[in-house]
Design a protein around this ligand. Structure first.
Ligand code: AMP
Length: 210
């Protein structure tokens, strides 16, 4: 299965991707994770991406597109993948389309997780990750156990200012890809408000996985 997850920052794309990959046994390709790895490894890509990411802007298309196109051609993606955080612009959607057509394969669905803006800032600013287990907690909605509390990390772009910038980019750059997929009959919309378990149930149902 070849899926795309779309939604504003903090919609729960990463959480739902984890549930979907364990059910479908396909690769999880998160451009945010790839870019954060490049930043922490200090690669040329990472150096160029860092400032854009910290401020809540988008990394330019000419840096992001090649890493995804190259990645989806690897043997471990032949059975399928979930793209999480890509495409985020119309040129990215078009580049993906061209690459999939050239490979003779098609997308199965685009899952849109909808969350109102007013919930996003609270979700994002309280988000913390355990660097050991990679589990994501929320200080209010999903508090971490005491034994991991001291080691939790706060993403550099999970500040209120960067969050508002990311939300702005979502509406101006990413939302325009929704009609692109809707017109092809690929779009599945789900309500992203509720417990992670409730949203997983909606996602599975929308994708015909129940
Ligand atoms: P995420 O983990 O998906 O929230 O992504 C974190 C940040 O990485 C974003 O705010 C962007 O700065 C950058 N990023 C991730 N994916 C993309 C993409 N497809 N295009 C441009 N920038 C991206």
């Amino acid at each position: 299965m070849r899926l795309i997850l779309v939604g504003p920052p903090g919609a729960g794309k990463g959480t739902q991707a984890a549930e979907l990959i364990s059910r479908l046994q396909i690769q999880h390709l998160s451009t945010g994770d790839m870019l954060r790895a490049a930043v922490s490894q200090g690669t040329e890509l990472g150096k160029q991406a860092d400032g854009h990411m910290r401020s809540g802007g988008l990394v330019p298309d000419d840096l992001v597109i090649p890493i995804v196109i190259e990645r989806i051609q690897q043997p471990d993606c032949q059975n399928g993948f979930i793209l999480d955080g890509f495409p985020r612009t119309r040129p990215q959607a078009e580049a993906l389309d061209t690459a999939l057509q050239a490979a003779g394969v098609q997308l199965d669905a685009v899952l849109l997780i909808e969350v109102p803006d007013e919930l996003i800032v609270e979700r994002i600013t309280g988000r913390r990750m355990d660097p050991v287990t990679k589990v994501i907690y929320h200080l209010k909605f999903n508090p971490p156990p005491a034994e991991v509390a001291d080691r939790l990390e706060h993403r550099k772009d999970d500040t209120e200012q960067a969050c508002r910038a990311r939300l702005g980019k979502y509406h101006s750059e990413t939302a325009p890809i929704i009609p692109f997929y809707e017109s092809r009959g690929l779009l599945r919309r789900i309500d992203g408000v509720g417990t992670p378990q409730a949203i997983t149930a909606r996602a599975f149902e929308a994708l015909g996985l129940t």
